[in-house]
Design a protein. Structure first.
Length: 234
């Protein structure tokens, strides 16, 4: 946390009660946080490599300075693998988002691939896995957009069953988020509901009000995921 001053005029230092020296480089995070977010934050994110000798340093600095608990939650993501190997410059296997975009992917595909897997699990990037993830997202959009409307204001047949399914959309998603932010599980649960609604609507198209409610829920979920295209027209 503290480095004694070296007899080098190019090294910054301060004269303090514990001697001449300077804070470790980890001081940059507390400096930025206190300036832009205040004395406390809700979630502290980073890779698992940041747990030791970085985020523990941040806790020490922030709590010594403010006298308050620094963060409510800590999320440390596991390693990203490339074809089964840890991505690193030393291995020359680094892939940047720009590389995927150049290969024809879009930012939604990339974001979905990275967030679908649970943050506590290692994520292995392969071209096949990325293609599978992209197909899953596109199939979700297709199923949501394919829910049929009868163009009417209301109907009574199957209304209770349909209303129950529609209202389960935010519930199943929130349940997954409350289980250690399991975004992938939440997406799958919503997809299951959307598929059921799609199938029912092919036999009994829904009134406009139902389509609008579905889309409202999907928009709220997309405030978190930011990858779903809402049903066209609403």
């Amino acid at each position: 946390l503290w480095h004694n001053h070296r007899n080098d005029p190019d090294h910054p230092y301060w004269d303090t009660d514990i001697g001449r020296g300077r804070p470790s480089w980890n001081i940059q995070d507390p400096a930025i946080i206190t300036m832009s977010m205040g004395d406390r934050i809700d979630i502290n994110c980073g890779g698992i490599d940041n747990i030791y000798r970085h985020h523990d340093y941040n806790i020490a600095v922030m709590e010594a300075y403010t006298g308050k608990d620094y963060a409510n939650y800590y999320m440390h993501g596991e390693h990203l693998l490339i074809d089964g190997k840890t991505m690193s410059k030393s291995r020359s296997n680094t892939i940047y988002p720009e590389d995927l975009l150049a290969d024809g992917a879009n930012w939604c595909d990339i974001r979905f691939f990275l967030t679908y897997s649970h943050y506590r699990k290692k994520l292995n990037y392969t071209k096949a896995a990325f293609k599978e993830s992209t197909a899953l997202l596109h199939n979700f959009r297709k199923a949501a957009a394919g829910i049929r409307s009868n163009g009417k204001a209301d109907f009574t047949e199957l209304a209770d069953k349909i209303d129950s399914l529609v209202d389960s959309i935010p519930a199943v998603f929130n349940n997954a988020l409350n289980n250690d932010l399991a975004l992938g599980a939440g997406f799958d649960a919503v997809f299951e509901v959307i598929n059921k609604l799609n199938k029912i609507s092919r036999e009994k198209p829904f009134p406009d009000r139902t389509i609008k409610r579905i889309n409202t829920y999907l928009k709220k979920i997309d405030n978190v995921l930011n990858v779903i295209s809402p049903i066209k027209g609403y």
